[in-house]
Design a protein around this ligand. Structure first.
Ligand code: SF4
Length: 469
């Protein structure tokens, strides 16, 4: 059954009524009035992760930290080694320590158990920082993390910082903010040199919202080095406690994943006067535009020239490969469901580079501004939706005839059950999708999966791929 009327409006009764305000069809009567950035509707299964998970994915790439989860063991195992973030040194972050709260702790409180766990970890690993995550259970039993961490910090003379990510305080975005607040507590005030204005003489940036999946932060750091920009701190890919402490010394914050790090950028602007630029290093077009905007910020003619040279060189190197993939992808249709708005915007441009039509686009945590842009750049008839549930994703993909879904790990089974190709654009992947090399990887992956012969056996069976094989 079609979900849309012939003139492009959503049909009444096809969806849970309260969800209608979070979905629109481009070109329909409602002009870019999409409800977003709100809590999920009770009873609708959201694809969003929990508050704790939101905080954990942001902080986890801090490689030399102890990440201690105060909660039942399940919270910790669910997020164990949660990102494909690479480290150039410490591997401590790949552990998922837990206080393993049980019934007794829930009745009598878990504070003493938490203090003992911090002591044991501090003595065994000698870390420069301990992050202590609150989970749903902590929100219910009311353990005072702040007090326990403060005493532990003075016992061990290291920062022991509570991450206020207990459940019921909001959605995944609240977890992002909790992580950013934690990072802010670690950043040290600027040195006298920086405060006196000398920081503006340096060309250094903090790179926010890159988690060094498959080494992506290293690729971008190398581009920036080539145009004369030093990366001071990456938040948080391959970062260490020491790098984060000196983040206030940068002249500019560039923000890749604004959904998770926009808040940190705004707070650093307020506290330290560090301006920020939104960038995206996904796809040739956005990578080139981002390098140009960074060079423009510094008003440095040499940097502008170096950026243009790099853009010409790298674009020319990848163009033949991308063109060859485009030939094979003509008339294909893609659906996008990702975490943040900026990634969705970049993906639409990348699909255009490949000649693919985007028929559905949605995010878990997109902001009003992101959805305005998505509305502007999509074609008439595109379904735009916020905080979707699996049933909506399946129905829109089917109706729109999508050949491919780009999403995260939770969306993969949805696509495969429908016999639709899938690309993981989230934590777990092992190959970089950023920068020029990443654009080729992305195009190759799209081609490999969309053009795989498996789909002709899987489709039309009525039961998706599992029934078809
Ligand atoms: S914090 Fe709550 S929702 Fe998140 S994994 Fe733990 S129990 Fe589940």
């Amino acid at each position: 059954m079609s979900l849309a009327t012939p003139d492009g409006h959503l049909k009444k009764g096809c969806l849970v009524e309260e969800r209608e305000a979070s979905i629109l069809i481009k070109g329909g009567q409602r002009k870019n009035q999409l409800r977003c950035d709100t809590d999920s509707i009770a009873g609708c299964v959201s694809q969003r992760a929990c508050v704790y998970c939101g905080a954990r994915v942001v902080l986890n790439p801090v490689t030399d930290a102890v990440h201690l989860v105060h909660g039942p063991i399940g919270c910790s195992s669910y997020t164990w080694d949660v990102r494909g973030s690479l480290s150039s040194e410490s591997e401590l972050y790949r552990n998922s320590f837990s206080t393993d709260l049980k019934e007794n702790d829930i009745i009598f409180g878990g504070e003493r158990k938490l203090a003992r766990a911090i002591d044991e970890l501090a003595e065994r690993y000698n870390p420069p920082v301990v992050f202590v995550y609150a989970t749903c259970v902590v929100g219910v039993i009311g353990d005072d993390l702040e007090a326990v961490c403060k005493k532990a910090a003075s016992r061990h003379e290291i920062p022991v910082i509570p991450v206020q990510s207990s459940g019921f305080i909001g959605n995944k975005s609240a977890g992002y903010r909790a992580a950013c607040d934690t990072l802010l507590r670690l950043i040290e005030p600027r040195s006298a040199d920086c405060s006196s204005g000398k920081k503006h003489e340096t060309k250094s940036v903090n790179y926010l919202g890159d988690f060094n999946l498959a080494g992506e932060a290293w690729i971008i750091t190398e581009y920036l080095r080539q145009i004369g920009v030093e990366v001071n701190t990456v938040f948080t890919g391959d970062s260490k406690c020491g790098n984060i402490k000196k983040a206030a010394g940068a002249s500019l914050n560039i923000v890749q994943c604004a959904g998770s790090m926009g808040y940190l950028a705004r707070r650093m602007d307020e506290i330290y006067g560090i301006p920020f630029l939104r960038v995206s290093f996904l796809g040739v077009e956005d990578t080139s535009a981002s390098l140009r905007s960074i060079a423009a910020f510094f008003k440095d003619l040499r940097m502008k020239r170096l950026a243009e040279e790099l853009i010409q060189r790298e674009s020319a190197a990848v163009k033949p490969q991308i063109d060859s993939y485009r030939e094979k992808l003509r008339h294909k249709k893609a659906a996008i469901y990702v975490g943040g708005g900026f990634k969705a915007i970049s993906l639409i441009k990348q699909f255009r580079e490949l000649g693919i039509e985007v028929v559905m686009v949605g995010t878990q945590t997109g902001q009003e501004e992101d959805y305005r842009t998505l509305h502007d750049i999509t074609d008439n008839g595109t379904v735009i939706l916020d905080d979707a549930n699996p049933s909506e994703l399946e129905r829109f993909m089917t109706e729109k005839g999508a050949h491919l879904l780009v999403g995260g790990v939770k969306e993969r089974p949805l696509a495969y059950k429908l016999g639709v190709a899938f690309i993981d654009h989230n934590h777990d992947r092992k190959h970089p999708l950023s920068g020029y090399a990443g654009a080729v990887n992305f195009a190759r992956e799209v081609q490999d999966t969309v053009c795989s012969p498996v789909w002709k056996y899987a489709r039309g069976t009525g039961g998706g791929i599992y029934a078809g094989i």
